[in-house]
Design a protein around this ligand. Structure first.
Ligand SMILES: NC(=[NH2+])NCCC[C@H](N)C(=O)O
Ligand SMILES: [Mn+2]
Ligand SMILES: [Mn+2]
Length: 299
């Protein structure tokens, strides 16, 4: 029996400073996410959007952790919603919103999956802290937070820290990492397959390794899919685009291999910004990637 899929929208734009990413969940729904997943033979429920306060109703108190109190509150809500659907045995797909939502989704997942592997598919490492951030944007911090590195309010969402162990975390697709962030990644022994490794080894070998690392001794793998991992030609609608990304075909192969592993228990789909997009192209790419992750093109 295929798992039931639960779609959770989080119109979060407080983790970065480009307006429009709050419309990501609508854009992805408009690209037919639910219908497409149904056609693959799954039962799907759309649980609607969680509430996210409007940026204009908040003032930034800490330039190194912009909108911290609001991000903490929304992260707690995501944590509750995600853990509730996982307890029902469902596979959650959390639609962002910016990547700060992964703090809450990983917190929710780890209420149930005590040992969770994470594959962070992203042009960035999202491994900054208040001390290293060049922007003060919390969407540059969620992976570090999940490993227990960062502001205590952010790392303790869901009541405990760390959520995941460095030996079960893999970054794939990185090509824009800040200097101090790089040091933190090395210091904590995180495996990072940058675009250099993707070019050199091929995405097939990279994913084979990534899946092995994220599944070794874990109860499942969470895929955190930042659409800026994909090259801007197929994913132009993101707040922080970086040239030289994962191609459309490489993206599909990666998703198909994750499907074939049978280990994936959940995913985030983040950073789709329809204001910066071209005819909803990025949301459509996102839906294609999710369909491959759920087995669309594997016989
Ligand atoms: N989820 C993202 N798109 N993150 C981009 C982060 C960019 C930069 N490293 C920062 O910390 O500000
Ligand atoms: Mn990211
Ligand atoms: Mn990114």
């Amino acid at each position: 029996m295929k798992k039931m899929i639960s779609i959770i929208g989080v119109p979060m734009d407080l983790g970065q400073n480009r307006r429009g990413v709050d419309m990501g969940p609508s854009a992805i729904r408009y690209a037919n996410l639910k219908e497409r997943i149904k056609r693959l033979g799954y039962k799907v429920e759309d649980r609607g959007n969680l509430h996210v306060p409007t940026a204009e109703t908040y003032k930034i108190e800490n330039e190194k952790l912009k909108y911290l109190p609001a991000v903490v509150k929304v992260s707690e809500d995501i944590c509750k919603e995600v853990s509730a659907v996982v307890k029902e045995g469902h596979f959650p797909i959390i639609l962002g919103g910016d990547h700060s939502i992964a703090i809450g989704s990983i917190a929710g997942l780890t209420q149930v999956y005590k040992k969770l592997g994470v594959i962070w598919f992203d042009a960035h490492a999202d491994f900054n802290t208040a001390e290293t951030t060049p922007s003060g944007n919390i969407h540059g911090m969620p992976l570090a937070c999940s490993l227990g590195i960062g502001h205590e309010d952010l790392i303790n969402i869901g009541g405990f820290s760390p959520k995941v162990a460095p030996e079960n975390v893999v970054i794939v697709g990185a090509r824009s990492v800040d200097p101090e962030e790089r040091e933190l990644i090395k210091q904590h022994g995180i495996t990072c397959f940058t675009m250099h490794e993707v070019d050199k080894m091929g995405i097939g070998k990279v994913m084979e390794e990534a899946i092995r690392i994220a599944s070794e001794g874990t109860d499942g793998i969470h895929l955190s899919l930042d659409l800026d991992s994909i090259d801007p030609d197929m994913a132009p609608g993101v707040g922080t685009p970086v040239l030289g990304g994962v191609t459309y075909r490489e993206g599909h192969l990666a998703m198909e291999m994750l499907y074939q592993s049978g280990k994936v228990v959940s995913c985030d789909v983040v950073e789709v910004n329809p204001i910066l997009d071209k005819e909803n192209k990025t949301a459509r790419t996102a839906v294609e990637m999710v369909c491959s992750l759920l087995g669309q093109s594997v016989l």
